[in-house]
Design a protein around this ligand. Sequence first.
Ligand code: C2E
Ligand code: MG
Ligand code: MG
Ligand code: MG
Length: 295
Amino acid sequence: NSDYAMYQAKKMGRNTFYFYSERELGSINPLSIEMDLHSALERNELELHYQPKVSLKTGEVVGVEALMRWNHPKWGMVSPATFIPIAEESGLIVSVGEWALRTACLQNKRLSSQGYEIVMSVNLSPRQFNKINLVQTIENILKETELQPQLLELEITESMTTNIEQTIGTLHELKSLGVKISIDDFGTGFSSLNYLKQFPVDTLKIDQSFVRELSNKDDETIVKTIISMAHNLNLNVVAEGIETKEQVEFLKQHLCNEGQGYFFSKPVPEVELMGNIQQIQENPAKLGVTVEPIQ
Ligand code: C2E
Ligand code: MG
Ligand code: MG
Ligand code: MG
């Protein structure tokens, strides 16, 4: 869609050359995205889609990540890569993010009452993470939805950490609620290993940019290094963006715990989630039995 393409080009910044046609210029106003987003919640235009996380050892679905989608009346499905930054800048992320947390917890409560004990991951953006009442909000949502805290995981990124002491404090408070915490897009931020050691987190998620280029020796080294570092720090490690069998085999061989990506499943709407989990579960052969982990 050209509106959308133009919006993406604009988002890339002033140094990007892009030729706008008269028609295109007339048809979009980035401010209108913000205005529309304002009412998106009330109009029920937001949805969560769910992408499974699979144990590379057993082939079981051990978790699901909730990813926000906006079904815009004019533009159709808008990617969170587009609207989350706008929501973040305008402060709307707080209400939108709270909606996502509550919806994801309700969904996981439904799964757990049907016998699926899996961890539901929800992404937090910096503004949400630094909001003074975050811990209270999450505690309330857990109470309301009656979800066991250990079945909720919060995905944060290295860019949350503008004030290290405060970040460590918040992480400890969140951990004391009983929820899990993972560092998303790991390897793309700039946090020092010294901080990492002090963060009470459970999991590192290797950024998909490294997983995508596993045929590249440098990225291969980075992935191996992150896996062994995670294990040395007693952390679980997940690879995101897995698309091929070769990537699975490499990751299995280097004892990466879990994987997520189109190879297993794209993010799916709520109605497809249960069937999707069953399908992956029933087809462990997809993981292959040829690669024996190195002991
Ligand atoms: P993320 O948390 O790192 O999510 C991973 C992104 O990679 C998702 O994009 C997912 O659909 C995509 N992906 C998964 N597997 C593959 C694969 O095999 N190949 C490729 N090419 N892509 C894959 P999506 O859904 O567009 O989300 C983009 C980002 O938007 C997320 O990155 C996250 O940072 C943010 N986001 C999404 N939902 C929320 C939310 O509810 N709250 C907040 N604060 N941020 C969100
Ligand atoms: Mg994530
Ligand atoms: Mg990520
Ligand atoms: Mg990301």
